[in-house]
Design a protein around this ligand. Structure first.
Ligand SMILES: Cc1cc2nc3c(=O)[nH]c(=O)nc-3n(C[C@H](O)[C@H](O)[C@H](O)COP(=O)(O)O)c2cc1C
Length: 185
């Protein structure tokens, strides 16, 4: 079975998009589509980027662990909020600190906001950064509008049937990409 790491990008006190990350972990496991783990950038609490991990003289153990988890994963789901039309600094920090770990890594992007557009303005900028670092972004979207109402604290969706259906299509595109990468290995 494939293994998917879910990056939860918001480190904000009272964050809402983390509930979407909780949902994906539970969705992947309960549907037996993949094993899953959350890489919580709030827990990692990385220092502000000052050099790539591979060039750091004394990398912190948490950064090395993050690197290994990204490298080993068959794919990544990034759950990110939209802050002023872009993705948060915490996520840029985590992308820039790694390099080869992202190479040809299938990545699906889920965005969230408290408004009606579901954070979709993040996608162009984030996809561009991931393309530049030579990851494989999957052409599928999972925007979450009004995230504060859409999921409870445990990541259970208010509209479970509807959200599960959308998640199945979204994850299906990522699984296709995982299979494609495996066949080329
Ligand atoms: C600094 C900041 C900027 C934000 N900018 C936007 C924005 O441009 N568009 C939007 O729809 N929501 C914006 N929001 C609201 C977020 O969508 C909202 O906080 C939502 O819950 C997702 O972020 P969270 O996971 O940190 O809670 C912003 C929030 C913050 C803290």
């Amino acid at each position: 079975m494939s293994h998917i790491e879910v990056i939860s990008a918001s480190i904000r006190a009272g964050r809402q998009s983390h509930k979407v990350a909780l949902f994906f972990k539970s969705f992947l496991e309960s549907s037996k589509l993949a094993t899953a783990n959350i890489l919580d950038l709030k827990e990692y609490n990385f220092p502000l980027f000052d050099e790539r991990l591979s060039k750091q003289a004394n990398p912190i153990p948490a950064a090395k662990e993050f690197s290994e988890k990204v490298a080993k994963a068959d794919a990544i789901i990034i759950v990110t909020p939209e802050y002023n039309g872009g993705y948060p600094a915490s996520l840029k920090n985590a992308i820039d600190v790694l390099y080869k770990e992202w190479y040809k890594k299938p990545i699906a992007i889920s965005t969230a906001s408290d408004g009606i557009f579901g954070g979709t303005q993040v996608i162009t900028g984030l996809q561009w950064s991931l393309w530049k670092i030579r990851a494989w972004t999957v052409p599928a979207m999972f925007p979450v509008p009004k995230v504060q109402e859409a999921f409870d604290v445990n990541g259970v969706p208010a509209d479970k049937a509807g959200v599960d259906k959308r998640a199945g299509v979204f994850v299906g595109e990522l699984l296709w990409c995982i299979e494609a990468v495996k066949r080329m290995a």
